[in-house]
Design a protein around this ligand. Sequence first.
Ligand SMILES: [Zn+2]
Length: 117
Amino acid sequence: MKHSKKRQQIISIFEKGDLLTATEVCSLVPEIDRATIYRNLAMLSAKGILREVNVKKGITSYELNKQGDYHQHFICDDCEKIIPVEVDVEKIKSILPQGIDFEDFELNLKGICPDCK
Ligand SMILES: [Zn+2]
């Protein structure tokens, strides 16, 4: 399999909008070796095709980085379910001190989900 084909295959598993760890990506495309997957995830993040999400403690997850999509993540302390949360980026910008060039942000919200209450 060519490099570009493997890369395309890795990108395609994110197209449903899933948030996936490197380990989960590996289990979804077992035909691609781990080193190639890790290398591609790092490269796709650096290029801005994927974005890194650090909602799970000590574990990086990845999702497609869609332009203008600033949704953030809630994680349940109990079952570790991740729920996407829409955030008004204009509100975030409005609370920044003056003179800051805003680039990006990551909000990780924590608590107990309705199912675990
Ligand atoms: Zn829960």
